[in-house]
Design a protein around this ligand. Structure first.
Ligand code: NDP
Length: 462
């Protein structure tokens, strides 16, 4: 858990529960000052040639690749993410950076949409101006860079507010961006807790790109409405998987267990609910439990660890309450079900079978290492249960028959659907949520266009 005072932000190690650092936090006046400096910086950065901005971000990519080990350890210390998974995230960032660097020029190229002897009509793209990038702690490299990289490439100045639980990582990224040549005023870190985020969305900015919970997202959208700034929200999920009767049980159980427990279940697209056809239910549950039993839980700095602590102590109460409620509603807690008796914010990997939709475990975001498994009799029941949520981030089906799976996936009210995979993000595809999962898209070329506004040219020839 990290707590801020008016002056200092304390950084906690979730694996030990100890304070490991303290940083000066911004107050409202400092946030306004940074916003004004960004407004001035945006003019020169926007006027820099696109080729130069691309070369600058390419240098950033190289610097990140050279510092994987140091960055991974920094993130593990403050978030508790197992160091192997922190390393994976930083290495995978390279693919996202490559995508943006290759695609920004074609995406932002001017387009002549009409031309004859007397008239030309053309569209060009201009940066939004100053972008506030309010980020979550669970994948600080991915969710941060999905915004600040295309925003900077497109010529915006960025005010980056890392989560208070991933501030050291945010500052490390800022230092690499500055070393790569991004002017200090064009990329500034805003340091502090939620109140600093609240001050930032009231500062003079042109776009707010927020990653976090639905509850905070609503507050951010209200603040954006007051100054009519563009707003994008990447929010939580209650991501469902349906395991069909014709499935390869072992492969599906192993893959979905990983989808549920990777990063201690603290992923927006983590598997949060499993619906399993009755004909394969027992075999699936058995293999799923075997897979969970093999997970190594422990010190996140240890290379063998698969499951570390939760990043936020407060989430332990949420998990306790969901497990108690699931028990009361008839769930069988087959593994785990409680905090671990050790220092730090550890919760045992928990599997609840015989789950049903009276349980909060199957309706509210869990965001931890707890999964509910419910038996279903056919595709229609599975599809109805999958849609029974206000969230709309991802939905997944495991089975052999592609036509049958695609027909069901087409009925899902989610931004992303998966066949025989889950908990997956690609830089080439848009990442978007519906309903309580958000507004707008990051990644893909849509996630570049999000940071520009069109200018329409009507050119009548003399
Ligand atoms: P929060 O909503 O608690 O916080 C998100 C960010 O907003 C943090 O930087 C936080 O600062 C800041 N903040 C808090 N209050 C305000 C406010 N009033 N105004 C402006 N900013 C504020 O979410 P978490 O960081 O706990 O992230 C977990 C959530 O993020 C989950 O619901 C998860 O599903 C979702 N998520 C969604 C993703 C997606 O792609 N759809 C990706 C990753 C996560 P501070 O932390 O300092 O309090």
């Amino acid at each position: 858990m990290t707590r801020s005072t008016t002056q200092m932000l304390q950084i906690w190690n979730p694996a030990t529960g100890e304070v490991i650092d303290a940083l000066p936090a911004d107050d409202r006046a400092a946030v306004m000052d940074k916003a004004h400096r960004a407004r001035e910086a945006r003019v020169r950065w926007a006027a820099t040639r696109l080729e130069e901005r691309i070369a600058t971000l390419a240098r950033f990519r190289k610097l990140v690749a050279e510092r994987v080990e140091t960055l991974a350890k920094t993130t593990t210390r403050e978030t508790g993410k197992p160091v192997t998974q922190a390393r994976n995230e930083i290495k995978a960032l390279d693919g996202r950076l490559a995508f943006f660097l290759e695609n920004v020029a074609p995406t932002l190229a001017a387009r002549t949409v009409f031309s004859d002897d007397t008239l030309e009509e053309r569209i060009t793209w201009e940066p939004l101006g100053v972008v506030a990038n309010i980020s979550a702690w669970n994948y600080p490299y991915f969710v941060g860079s999905n915004v600040f990289v295309p925003a900077l490439l497109a010529g915006n100045a960025v005010l980056y507010k890392p989560s208070e639980h991933a501030t050291l990582t945010g500052l490390a990224l800022a230092s690499l961006l500055h070393n790569a040549g991004v002017p200090e005023s064009a990329f500034q870190v805003v340091v502090g807790g939620g109140h600093v985020g609240a001050a930032l969305v009231e500062a003079p900015i042109d776009g707010i790109f927020f990653t976090g919970s639905h509850a905070t997202g609503v507050k951010v959208a209200e603040a954006a409405a007051k100054q009519l700034s563009k707003v994008q929200l990447e929010l939580g999920g209650k991501d469902a998987v349906y395991v069909m009767d014709d499935v390869d049980v072992d492969r599906a159980a192993e893959a979905t267990a990983d989808g549920a427990f990777y990063n201690a279940g603290q992923s927006c697209c983590a598997v949060e609910r499993l619906y399993v056809h009755e004909s394969v239910y027992d075999a699936f549950v058995e293999k799923f439990l075997q897979t969970v039993d093999a997970f190594v839980v422990g010190d996140p700095m240890d290379e063998r660890t698969y499951l570390g602590p939760l990043t936020r102590a407060a989430q332990l109460d949420v998990l306790d309450a969901q497990v108690d409620d699931a028990r009361a509603e008839g769930g069988h807690v087959r593994r785990g079900g409680a905090r671990l008796d050790r220092a730090g914010f550890f919760f045992a990997p928990t599997v609840v079978t015989e789950a049903n939709h009276r349980m909060r475990l199957m309706r509210d975001e869990t965001f931890g290492p707890v999964i509910g498994i419910q038996k279903v009799t056919d595709d229609l029941e599975a599809a109805a249960l999958m849609r029974d949520t206000p969230y709309g981030l991802t939905a997944s089906i495991y089975g052999q028959d592609q036509t049958r799976a695609e027909a069901l996936l087409a009925t899902m009210e989610t931004g992303t659907v998966y066949w025989n995979c889950c908990d997956r993000v690609s830089p080439r595809l848009p990442w978007s949520g519906r309903g309580h999962s958000g507004l707008g898209s990051t990644l893909s070329t849509l996630g570049i266009s999000a940071f520009v506004q069109p200018k329409a040219w009507h050119l009548r020839r003399p």
